[in-house]
Design a protein around this ligand. Structure first.
Ligand code: GAP
Length: 429
């Protein structure tokens, strides 16, 4: 079992450019973070894997990229204006605040033992104003969950494609919540990213598809984690306003919260409500049986940032004085690093640059000619680069390079022309 603290991961993220606190030079803003040079590469790799899993592996799923701001009626129809609220409790002595759901049943403060207030409900939708002329502005919301734009476009997608029920629409996009207790780094932010699949099917097929998607999603997460044994299901007893049944996929080795993705039985709640509030007919007529019905929805809704955080926690390893991120190579920011053995030997630097430029056309490559080779290896280990290639005097003679494995630290000599094949064979890309 890992015993890694959040402080260790936060420090690594800052030191190596994965994640920075938002608006840091102004003292920050609670619940907002910026991804740095390595973080954005890793996050893009992660989103790319999810996207191709959804759209390439499944014939009946297409993607959209919806707007963050919608007509405010969307949030009345969805139930968020009335029901999207979190209970806040506060210690009367030290004034520390907690989301009541995080500390069920407590009467005295976990921090100082003081008496707690009764829970007060706060709506967590983030409001905004559209328009420039005072008195003529429209009050609306930044989307509280990304999935609503999928429901709004369900008819457009059906009308513009050859899809028939059952089918899915997926999306990766930002969501915003005025969380009552933002904190724990990327775990609970006010601006975050979700990856959602909304699966539309006949009401009689809900059980079968629910169990299919539950398994599919868990199996996918298992392929990207270093320690898949740290993943498990948690079945919800207390359900969101739209859900009839809900399971979370949890990362159990997290030192903070564990929830990573929700698999929700949303039924006909969303399409029925949008139909009622918009006046549009959102029923579907089966072209073969002519049966008309409202498709029911199974949702898989995961947090991109939480997955990112859990992957770092899961991959972080200390071996003596070596820190190594044992990330799945497909997620690592760089796939390979290229070094000239000595930076003051122009013939080595020229050859290394030639190899570096050749590889750069195909994948993300790091270049390093600082310090000694040992330090460069350690520096790449800490950011999860799965392989390092060193160009030495033998390379100039026989066109072979040393390739070194991050996890085993074993080195092999291979032809400089075989590097890409080697990386492919080792599932790096
Ligand atoms: N459309 C359903 C929905 O939004 P949710 O369980 O509220 O369901 C789905 O959110 C996922 O989004 C969560 O499992 C979590 O990974 C992520 N998420 C939710 N709130 C978050 C926050 N404040 N910061 C980071 N990620 C969050």
């Amino acid at each position: 079992m890992h015993e890694i603290t959040m402080e260790t991961i936060i420090a690594l993220c800052k030191r190596r450019g994965f994640v920075f606190p938002g608006s840091e030079i102004y003292g920050g803003l609670q619940g907002f973070y910026d991804y740095g040079p390595l973080g954005v590469e890793m996050k893009n790799n992660l989103k790319g894997l999810w996207w191709s899993e959804m759209t390439k592996k499944h014939d009946h799923i297409v993607g959209i990229d919806g707007a963050i701001i919608t007509n405010p009626k969307v949030w009345e129809a969805s139930g968020h204006v009335t029901s999207f609220a979190d209970p806040l409790i506060e210690c009367k002595q030290c004034h520390h605040r907690f989301k009541a759901d995080d500390v069920p049943g407590i009467t005295s403060c976990p921090d100082c033992g003081g008496v707690m207030t009764e829970p007060r409900m706060f709506n967590t939708l983030v409001s905004t104003e559209i328009g420039v002329i005072e008195g003529e502005t429209t009050h609306t919301y930044l989307r509280g969950e990304a999935c609503q734009t999928i429901y709004l476009n369900y008819k457009n997608v059906l009308d513009s494609t050859h899809l028939k029920v059952p089918f899915g629409i997926c999306q990766i996009g930002k969501a915003f919540r005025n969380e009552v207790t933002p904190g724990n780094f990327l775990f609970r932010q006010r601006e975050f990213e979700q990856w959602d699949l909304q699966w539309f099917c006949h009401p009689s097929q809900m059980e079968q598809w629910f169990s299919y998607w539950k398994d599919e999603r868990m199996n996918w997460y298992k392929t990207i984690f270093t320690h898949p044994e740290h993943l498990r299901f948690y079945e919800h007893e207390k359900l969101a306003h739209y859900a009839k049944k809900a399971f979370d996929i949890e990362y159990t080795a997290s030192p903070v919260g564990k929830e990573m993705e929700g698999i929700h039985w949303r039924g006909d709640w969303d399409l029925s409500r949008h139909s009622k509030y918009s006046g549009e007919n959102l029923t579907y007529t089966d072209p073969e049986t002519q049966e008309t019905f409202i498709p029911q929805i199974i949702e898989t809704s995961g947090g991109v940032d939480r997955t990112f955080l859990f992957l770092l926690l899961d991959a972080y390893t200390e071996e003596g004085d070596r820190i190594v991120l044992k990330l799945n190579p497909k997620i690592s920011p760089y796939k390979i690093a290229v070094f000239p053995l000595l930076r003051n030997k122009p013939e080595l630097v020229t050859k290394a640059q030639e190899i570096y430029r050749g590889l750069r056309n195909e994948l993300a490559v790091a270049w390093d000619d600082r310090g000694n080779i040992g330090k460069r290896y350690y520096s790449q280990d800490e950011i999860g680069t799965p392989y390092c290639v060193t160009i030495d005097f033998q390379t100039l003679e026989d066109k072979t390079v040393t390739i070194r494995n991050r996890d085993t630290m074993r080195q092999e000599r291979i032809s400089e022309h075989a590097i890409l094949t080697y990386l492919k064979d080792h599932h790096v890309y």
